[in-house]
Design a protein around this ligand. Structure first.
Ligand code: DOR
Ligand code: ZN
Length: 345
């Protein structure tokens, strides 16, 4: 097979940032994706309906001319989130999901949740109206080894919340472990997971063996090879509970290449080429469309996109090493192998 037609994909987990960065990265996503679920971890975060409306307008203003890309907005859950504001935002379709960051888990998560009992009423209301909760699934307990933080989160936080609030619809974001794959597989219809492009490609050796590679550092941090293999198996399985959320998370090189560098891989530009290569290797190209364009829409109860994109296979595609913003360079994720599939047009 050397041509592949897919319904236009959606990215169910994306960081667009703001200002000069937004202007530079938005075209990279809008080129291939029809919609993206936009993460709210700005500084200050997108907490209220008014914040989400303002941020949506800034995104729409930064859209390339002629693009019909649609940002789907999220609210950042805090211990002060107001139920009436959240319900109103959901009712008018202003927000598609709410994002839970355990305080301190990742980039700009300081306003996140410390005491889960304080958000119980919000979560109950979300269960009532069917508004999905997107979860950054890592405990922040400094005693817990960073490579175990996802598995421990499932046991200590996520499973108790889901038992306590039946009917709460949850997306476990950017899963990185076989433990999460198993948990989501057995979790019933109210549970799904996004998988990133980079976690399908790298394991922890890529970050640390033979020199430290800051551009492969992201959160949750990549785990052992057995876990990467479990993610590849889940993504290529055709199971509807697994779908693409790139977690493309741009940072300037100046912020990555530091004694204490930021977490995030920037994959918006080359994601589809990488995924096609990975799915082809697994003999699962016919399941790529489910992962990129159907399963997420079904979980979020929206129609898949009508438009199509065509991928074609040929000589390796040359992507630039990064993109330029007004403030500096953002390095593109390098999968470390040649990419033969390109998106036409
Ligand atoms: O690697 C990551 N980068 N993981 C996250 O959870 C946040 C993201 C970011 O915003 O940079
Ligand atoms: Zn993210």
């Amino acid at each position: 097979m050397d041509r592949l037609t897919l319904r236009r994909p959606d990215d169910w987990h994306l960081h667009l940032r703001d200002g000069a960065m937004l202007k530079a990265v938005l075209p990279e996503t809008a080129r291939h994706f029809a919609r993206a679920l936009v993460m709210p971890n700005l500084v200050p975060p997108v907490v209220t309906a008014a914040d989400a409306a303002d941020y949506r307008d800034r995104i729409l203003a930064a859209k390339p001319r002629g693009s019909d890309f649609r940002p789907l907005m999220t609210l950042y859950l805090t211990e002060d989130t107001q139920v009436p504001d959240l319900r109103a935002a959901a009712e008018i379709g202003l927000v598609t999901a709410v994002k839970l960051y355990p305080a301190g888990a990742t980039t700009n998560s300081a306003s996140g949740v410390k005491d889960f009992t304080k958000v119980r009423r919000v979560l109950e209301n979300m269960a009532q109206i069917g508004l999905p909760l997107c979860v950054h699934g890592e405990v922040t307990d400094p005693e817990v080894d960073i490579f175990d933080r996802e598995a421990v989160f499932i046991e200590r936080v996520l499973d108790p919340i889901r038992r306590d609030i039946p009917g709460l619809r949850v997306v476990m974001e950017h899963i990185t472990t076989a433990d999460a794959v198993d948990y989501v597989r057995d979790g019933g219809d109210d549970l799904a997971a996004t998988i990133t492009t980079h976690h399908l490609v790298i394991n922890r050796n890529h970050i640390l063996a033979g020199g430290i590679r800051p551009h492969y550092y992201c959160l949750p941090v990549a785990k052992r090879e057995v876990h990467r293999k479990a993610l590849v198996a889940a993504a290529t399985s055709g199971e509807a509970r697994f779908f693409l959320g790139t977690d493309s998370a741009p940072h300037l090189d100046a912020a990555k290449l530091m004694p204490c560098g930021c977490a995030g891989c920037f994959t918006a530009t080359n994601t589809l080429s990488i995924l096609a290569e990975m799915f082809e290797r697994e003999g699962a190209l016919e399941r790529l469309e489910g992962f990129t364009s159907l399963h997420g829409a079904a979980f979020y109860r929206v129609e898949p996109n009508d438009a199509r994109i065509v991928l074609s296979k040929g000589e390796p595609v040359r992507y630039p090493p990064g993109i330029l913003t007004e403030d500096g360079v953002v390095t593109m994720f390098d999968p470390g192998f040649p990419l033969h599939w390109r998106v036409e047009g």
